[in-house]
Design a protein around this ligand. Structure first.
Ligand SMILES: [Zn+2]
Length: 164
């Protein structure tokens, strides 16, 4: 995904449901964490983020307001995911939508493919098993992300070079 970002720049929007830093460790610079980040603490009093300590169980103080009101900056069930406006705008104008490793069962993310199709995008699912939304994708490839994603990126970069 980092190689793709190098080639596409702002034409790539990488949205993840991962709350860890997998993509950043892979070299991606701009990552939309729609379900938040476990490495960040969010203060319920002042609303500001800070680097999360190893545990919040002993109720450490917020570095900004000293309130002992920190929670993980992670979107729990029933809470609204982050950046849905930004994601919605990108879906409305995307020409290729690719979903990697998803159950397709958790909304709103499970509905992204429908929005992309509505926008006229080509859609591709890379997944270990059939998901609840596999049937609506133009193309589905089954296998491990560690193999499917690099192969797909190679293919797309070659296609971009041909049409450049
Ligand atoms: Zn605070």
């Amino acid at each position: 995904m980092a190689r793709l970002e190098d080639a596409l720049g702002d034409d790539l929007l990488l949205v993840t449901q991962n709350i860890d830093d997998l993509h950043e460790r892979g070299g991606s610079r701009t990552v939309i964490h729609m379900h938040g980040r476990i490495g960040i603490a969010l203060c319920r009093s002042c609303g500001r983020p800070s680097a999360a300590p190893a545990t919040l169980l002993d109720r450490p103080p917020c570095p900004h307001c000293a309130g002992r009101t920190l929670r993980p900056d992670v979107v729990w069930f029933g809470e609204l995911p982050y950046d849905l406006d930004l994601i919605g705008r990108a879906l409305a104008e995307c020409d290729l939508f690719v979903a990697v490793g998803t159950s397709g069962a958790v909304y709103p993310a499970a509905g992204f493919v429908a929005s992309a199709l509505e926008a006229g995008a080509r859609t591709l699912e890379l997944n270990l098993t059939v998901s609840e939304v596999s049937s609506v994708f133009d193309e589905v490839r089954m296998g491990r992300a560690s193999e499917l994603v690099p192969a797909w990126v190679d293919e797309l970069l070659a296609e971009l070079r041909r049409t450049a």
